[in-house]
Design a protein around this ligand. Structure first.
Ligand SMILES: Nc1ncnc2c1ncn2[C@@H]1O[C@H](COP(=O)(O)OP(=O)(O)O)[C@@H](O)[C@H]1O
Ligand SMILES: [Mg+2]
Length: 368
């Protein structure tokens, strides 16, 4: 049985009838790390707050373990939540901040001290236990906030963008630490973020949300390789997938994707997918890393090669992002770090047609 289960859960805020969450169903297994990811305002926090009991469910069911918790108050749900804002008590030491919740619940002093000590060791903050929050860096404060959750030994951890207030480097470090923490604690975790990179690196499974609706739930590799629609395809991956609206044509018995200066042959194994679109519009998607500069490939099939003009060259160190114009269409390619075409130069691009995606231009659903 799933550790946390949401069944057709909706949330409508009053006044104004704002549908923040729209019939979400999601099963989180025991010890699983599930990430809810989506743009700001898509309903992530609302969903998490309903699991925590901080927000009432408008309709649907939430169970934790085998218990329906719709009407169970937050303190009785056996969950611990970590927020973006650390909300530490400024007048208390780190130790007291971490101990506070347990003391309030009447745990014996020794048990409290042991749990705080253990959590502090896990988080590497043992030497900070006597400091006040104002004597800590942002990263250290976030650790204390984590510690406060860990000491509770909850059945489920809920995280709402806990790393958003940290700088990029620290965020990267904390991601690694959260992964380690999950391995060590073997707890069930639900983690909310707007950052697709964070989602990809943290989650066993990722649920992509958009406008209150879960679009797709999958493991990181599947999400990346088989997005179910344009939204997921564009949200996951950086720089994002290129989309070109064109049509499917047939020449000498072969299918081509055609958009003026961009005519490329559909890979044979994809023929069954595009056949019914012959003569009709189709949305073509290709990720920046599946576009190559012809100069740097061993074999460039002419039917997969197009010519584009270099507009901007962005060296990123290990790789270079090329922003190109393919006719009137902007396209981004992600090429090797040593490749430096000149701005305004025309270059030949090779599309890896075995990796491309096709979407129905009306519904934006992937054609599979
Ligand atoms: N207390 C509230 N009252 C009314 N509308 C709210 C409230 N909280 C959130 N919303 C609205 O619900 C939607 C989802 O918000 P939220 O769950 O906070 O999104 P996210 O965490 O993904 O950024 C947004 O449109 C937001 O404006
Ligand atoms: Mg939020």
């Amino acid at each position: 049985m799933a550790q946390v289960s949401l069944q057709e859960v909706s949330k409508v805020y009053q006044p104004g009838d704002i549908k923040a969450v729209d019939r979400i169903s999601l099963d989180v297994e025991s010890r699983e790390f599930v990430v809810l990811v989506g743009p700001s305002g898509c309903g992530k926090s609302t969903t998490l707050r309903m699991v925590a009991g901080l927000e009432e469910v408008t309709s649907g069911k939430i169970t934790i373990g085998d218990r329906l918790v719709n009407d169970v108050p937050p303190k009785d749900r056996d969950i611990a939540m970590v927020f973006q804002t650390y909300a530490l008590y400024p007048h208390m030491t780190v130790f007291e901040n971490m101990a506070f919740g347990l003391s309030l619940r009447g745990y014996p002093k020794l048990e409290v001290a042991n749990r705080v000590k253990e959590a502090a060791e896990i988080l590497g903050i043992s030497r900070l236990l006597n400091r006040k929050p104002r004597e800590l860096s942002g990263g250290e404060r976030q650790r204390v906030a984590l510690g406060r959750a860990i000491v509770r030994k909850p059945v489920v951890f809920l995280f709402d963008e806990p790393l958003s207030n940290l700088d990029a480097k620290l965020r990267g470090q904390m991601r690694t630490e959260l992964n380690k923490l999950h391995l060590r604690l073997q707890s069930t975790m639900i983690y909310v973020t707007h950052d697709q990179m964070e989602a990809m690196t943290l989650g066993n499974r990722i649920a992509v949300m958009h406008q209150g609706v879960i679009q797709q739930v999958a493991d990181p590799a599947n999400l990346y390789e088989h997005p179910v629609n344009r939204f997921v395809a564009s949200f996951i991956g950086s720089p994002p997938m290129n989309f070109i609206l064109g049509k499917i044509i047939r020449k000498n018995g072969r299918f081509y994707f055609d958009q003026g200066p961009c005519r490329v042959k559909v890979a044979d194994e994809m023929n069954p997918r595009v056949a019914s679109f012959e003569g009709n519009p189709i949305l073509f998607g290709i990720r920046p890393e599946d576009i190559y500069d012809k100069l740097f490939v061993q074999y460039a099939p002419p039917e997969n090669t197009v010519t584009a003009r270099v507009e901007v060259v962005e060296p990123m160190g290990a790789e270079v992002y090329l922003h190109l114009l393919l006719g009137a269409q902007s396209v981004t390619a992600r090429v090797g770090g040593h490749e430096r075409p000149k701005v305004n130069q025309d270059i030949d691009l090779v599309f890896d047609m075995s990796k491309v995606h096709f979407f129905d231009p009306n519904t934006e659903v992937a054609i599979v």
